[in-house]
Design a protein around this ligand. Structure first.
Ligand code: CO
Length: 430
């Protein structure tokens, strides 16, 4: 079942580093070779490759048998809003020990209360003068962010401010307990505590994805934004027929904090990789630019489905619902990259895939969010469409989506990644 495969992937991806490791393992099982940015690249026709940066972003691509016609790209993001653990995390509070955290991304903080939480990420160790990065997942119920009882906070149901330096610090232990946080993390990583010189750790919720509803038509799972799209894109990428273009699968870190990092969509990662593919295939700079001139990008990030309790937040006529199909997103101010041409092109793909398609636009007085597409296309300027899965409770630690939509996304991306791009005048087409 597709949904169980998604839940397995989500469970294997408690952090962006784990998500990239899970993607890399999947690609290797399917015959893909890992390239390193520091090595010289030799690419052969029919070859299948992937490259990572910072262990948190991954790009994969295939070389067609004949001279390639453009880059056939789709991108989603590996990161989700969470609480990062600070470097010196232990803080005493009366008889308790708490962990000091800070917000990563724009989360719904209230959803993180009163749930079993664990910690995952990476540690960097030094042993015999050598630095080594290891992924770590404590993988047990380790902490909780406790609510204040209604008896002490009568305003709890009337809306009140949450302060990240006070209200959301997780309870970790009793002061007299001997296990330091560092020792717990080191043990989970299989290293000695004093070998750990640095770390990137965050909280995650210990909830496995589940189907629910009258006909099990809904998915409830953590990190659906945007690992749901990452999963759907990869499934399509792996099952597509051979293309005469270079199919490129992109999973970027740091979308939730603006993408402007060395491995984010605003970095050189995409353009570096595309340029190196062209150079390794014997093209010069002009050849690379000609490739770009017949390329296309699908930017996939989840969309707001109309809310059952608050339909008034949706646009009057562009009102996606769960299980209504793949969502194409429009924004007049170009926070989404879709235009008439890219909408038509992607809609044609959806039709061919037999996948329903629906359209999202912000209610006209609400600003809405932005995503990868508009950022990536300032670096690699190609026509692009913004799409996603309709969901509820975006940036809650557990989000709701439609089971049928995942299937529609996979079918659509399978058709997309088998296309060969062409350019006729100003128009990109298949
Ligand atoms: Co997102």
């Amino acid at each position: 079942m597709l949904t169980e495969q998604l839940f397995d992937f989500l469970a294997a991806s408690p952090s962006c580093y784990h998500a990239v490791q899970a993607l890399a393992e999947r690609l290797e099982r399917n015959g893909y070779t890992q390239l390193r940015e520091q090595d010289a690249w030799t690419l052969t026709p029919g070859g299948k490759y992937f490259v990572t940066r910072n262990g948190s972003s991954l790009l994969s691509f295939r070389i067609p048998q004949s001279a390639p016609a453009g880059f056939l790209m789709a991108a989603a993001h590996t990161d989700s809003p969470t609480f990062k653990i600070k470097h010196n995390p232990e803080k005493k509070s009366g008889p308790y020990v708490q962990l000091s955290t800070e917000k990563y991304g724009g989360m719904l903080m209230g959803t993180w209360f009163d749930r079993p939480l664990s910690v995952a990420g990476r540690v960097v160790t030094a042993k015999d003068g050598r630095l080594e990065t290891k992924l770590v997942d404590v993988d047990r119920d380790l902490a909780v962010i406790p609510s204040v009882a209604i008896h002490m906070n009568r305003a709890a149901n009337d809306g009140f401010k949450l302060m990240a330096n006070v209200d959301t610090l997780p309870l970790y232990g009793m002061q007299e307990s001997s296990n330091s946080f560092r020792s717990v993390v080191a043990e989970a990583a299989g290293v000695k505590e004093d070998e750990v010189l640095g770390e990137d750790l965050s909280l995650y919720v210990r909830t496995r994805g589940t189907c629910f509803g009258a006909k099990n038509e809904f998915l409830l799972a953590p990190r659906l934004d945007d690992l749901g799209c990452v999963f759907g894109l990869l499934e399509g990428f792996l099952s597509a027929e051979a293309s005469g273009s270079v199919p490129v699968f992109c999973a970027f870190d740091n979308e939730e904090v603006g993408s402007e990092t060395k491995q984010g969509a605003a970095s050189s990662l995409l353009s570096d990789t595309l340029r190196r593919i062209a150079l390794a295939l014997g093209m010069n700079e002009e050849g690379y630019l000609r490739m770009l001139a017949q390329s296309f990008l699908v930017s996939a990030d989840n969309a707001h489905g109309v809310h059952p309790n608050h339909p008034e937040y949706a646009d009057m006529t562009n009102t996606p619902r769960l299980n209504g199909g793949v969502v194409i997103k429009f924004n007049a101010n170009q926070r989404y990259t879709t235009d008439g041409v890219s909408c038509a092109l992607f809609t044609a793909v959806c039709r061919e895939a037999g996948a329903p398609v629906q359209v999202y636009a912000n209610r006209s007085d609400m600003p809405g969010g932005s995503t990868l597409g508009s950022i990536a296309t300032t670096k690699v300027s190609v026509p692009s469409v913004d799409i996603g899965l309709a969901q509820l409770a975006m940036h809650s630690c557990v989000e709701t989506a439609g089971a049928d939509d995942l299937d529609a996304l996979v079918r659509t991306m399978t058709v997309y990644y088998g296309k060969t791009l062409r350019r006729c005048g100003e128009q990109i087409t298949f």
